[in-house]
Every structure is written in C-alpha cells, then in structure tokens.
Design a protein around this ligand. Sequence first.
Ligand code: AMP
Ligand code: GLY
Length: 429
Amino acid sequence: MNILIIGGGGREYGIAKKLREDERVEKLWALPGNGGMEELAECFPIKATDMEGVCGFAAEHPVDFAVVTPDDPLAMGMADRLRAMGIPCFGPSKAAARIEASKIFSKRLMEKYGIPTAKAAALDSLDAALRFVEENEPPMVVKADGLALGKGVFICRTRDEAEAACRELMEDRLFGESGSRVLIEEFLEGPEVSVLSFTDGRTIVPMVSSMDHKTAGEGGTGPNTGGMGVIAPNPFYTEAVAAECMERIFLPTIRAMELEGCPFSGCLYFGLMITKDGPKVIEYNCRFGDPEAQTVLPLMETSLLDAMLACEAGTLDGTPVAFSRRAVADVVLASGGYPGRYEKGKLITVPELDEGVCLVHAGTKRTEEGYVTAGGRVLNVVAVADTLPEAVEKAYANAERVTFDGVYMRRDIGRTALEIIARGDARCE
Ligand code: AMP
Ligand code: GLY
C-alpha cells in the first residue's frame, strides 16, 4: 500500500515509524515531513495547509490511503477533498473537525448531550465579554473560540486578567478570526489526563492514557507550548476512571456527533480533568496529540495501519487493537527561547542511544554536515521500559547525550506521576 502522510512534526514521525513496521506499507510520502523523517518517508516541501498543493500531489501519485494529522488542514476540509478524489483517509470531515476547531461548538455539544465539562458562556462581542467578566467571580478561563496553536487559553485569577485576555483576543485579534468569539468558563481543578482514541463514528477504542506537560517552565510555570514531554500510562487514569470516562464521556461524544449529522472518524483526543466531581472534558482535539502520538504508539502491539483502515471503513468493531502494559517517557528537546523567538540551523550531535530509546525528529533539517535544528520543538527522546520510573530515567540519560547549541529541556517530565506512584495514591491501568 502507498500511504500519504500530511504533516511534518514529531507526531507524524511517530506515525510514519509505526506504519513502517507493517510489511504491507510500500511507499510512504510525507508533506512536508521533516529532516529526520526522510529516513522513513519521501518528503516533499508542500505545506500541510496548502490544500491545492496537497490535492495536486495526491492526484499525481498512486496514493491508496491518506493520513491527515494536523488540526488546520482537517478544519479546512482536507479529508473531505481527498475522499471526494476517491482517496480513503484517516481523519475527520470538516464538519466533525469542528469538535476542535470551535470551542463553542464543542461546548454546546457537551451541554446538549449531558457530557461533563466546565460551565461556560459563549460571548460574541467584546462588550458582552467584559460585562460577563464584571458580573462573575474569578478565577475564570478565557478561551478563543477557534484554533490558536494551543495558545488561545488564558487562566485568569483576577477580573483585570480576564479583561486583558478578552481584549487581546477580541480587540487586538492576537489569533485573528479565532478570537471573534470567546468562551469564558469556570476554573476546574484536578490532575489532567490525555486519552487518544480510534473511532469509526460508532465504535470507540481508547489508546493508553498519557500525561502531557504543556508549559515551557518546570512545575507548570511559564508560557504554554505544544507540549514539552509526555509520560504514559497516566497513573491518575485508574480502571475505575477509565470505565466512567467510557460510559459518561467517550460513548456519549461519538453518539452525539452521529446524532448531529457529523459522525467522527479518525483519532479523537480527549483532554480530561479528574475533578472531585469526576472526570470532565477540558477540550477535544480532532487528531493525535503531539507529543502524545509518538509517546503512546510505541506501546501499540497490533497494526496501526489496520486500525486506521478500520476507522475509515467503519469496521473498528472486530479489529484487534491492543497496547502493551509497559511504560513510556518522552522528553522534548527544544530550541532555546521556544515558544518565543529562537534561532535555527544549530548542528545536532546524535550519540548512540540505548536499546528501547528512539529519537523522534520534530523540527530538524538534513544538511551535508548532519542534522540541524529547524523548529521550536526539535527532537523527542522516547524511552520504553517495564515501569515508569525506569522509562523516565532512561529518557533523561539519553536526552543528556544529544546536544545542540541552546538546547532546552524540562527536567521534571514525569515527576508528578512518579510522586503519585511512590505514594500509592493511584495505580496504573
Ligand atoms: P486547552 O487548550 O483547552 O486544552 O487548555 C490548555 C490548558 O489550560 C489545559 O491543559 C488546562 O491545563 C488549562 N485549562 C483549560 N480549561 C480549563 C478550565 N476550565 N479550568 C482549569 N484549567 C483549564
Ligand atoms: N500536546 C497537546 C496537543 O497536541 O494538543
């Protein structure tokens, strides 16, 4: 089979690596891919958001199956366009991608179908938003309705902070049209869990749970990033929590999407918070997370290709999907300054890595001298081991050996999870 992957980060590297394990995969193309991905796929410099470029490429090549992973092309309707060309796809339709692309759409969906989430108000003018801030007690969370590179969420401890957030989004248009409407919601507390799932619109199969570390600084400080590291499984996601999520969140969500006339197929990502009142949805993503994908896929024991084909064919019920009970830690190596300004083109020294450790390329470029940095998140050091403490130790031992000028990593990936395991408060699945 010839497969076209649309995207070019660590997530797409992780997907390409997993697909390469399948003997049925012949050609693998990536648009645009990245420097390191050239080991796994033929990469062409066509942006994932270049609808005409991607569809033109697909028309000229014998593509049997396409995998669309980033949010923007899905929200633009790239999966619909490829399907209309007769190319089956892993990824939701434009209508289903609204579950991520519009926070107001997803909030209304959850309210209508009784799916547990934070109480919220949708505001479509700055005046209305400021009035809401005046009339409600902080803390509150201000969110841009549309896509904002994961940066459109402001946790506001005071009314002044909330007002400033509304002004940045709605007046200064920090994220353009994404801020034409905002959602202001109650502040929830509790540990966070990410659950990626395969779904064909009727059947849903969760993957191993994980814990992202979103802020640039240690201990949840500093600006939000796309994710500085992940561990899996997440010790807060006990079997009892998993069962409750399936019954109250996962199944109701895919049923709701079906009833709304936009069944979801592909990877549905649940961003959950385990509150004292039970698990609640913080956000949905219409795609694999990055770095969650490259963290959980190494634990997949069955064929990723089969699962993806089944999501598109509507045959997920009856398709074996299994994950190992081992543990993974993923430490992101970023360019100094990320998520703010950073320099590119720094030469990367890649040492020998231990068994069970994979270097996932995210923002790299291949040059005659070797790989150089080409993005904010440059590499992921992904270590698989029997237990989480071993995986974390192994990931850091190997991460220390990879060097480039200005390299930055958080030193506390997995720390909260390890404390929980050490205290015996929650058990892994
Ligand atoms: P999101 O992009 O919606 O996942 O939000 C980014 C981060 O903001 C989440 O991972 C949470 O840590 C935090 N967050 C979002 N919504 C809330 C909320 N209602 N209460 C507390 N924290 C939140
Ligand atoms: N790591 C969070 C995301 O992919 O949205």
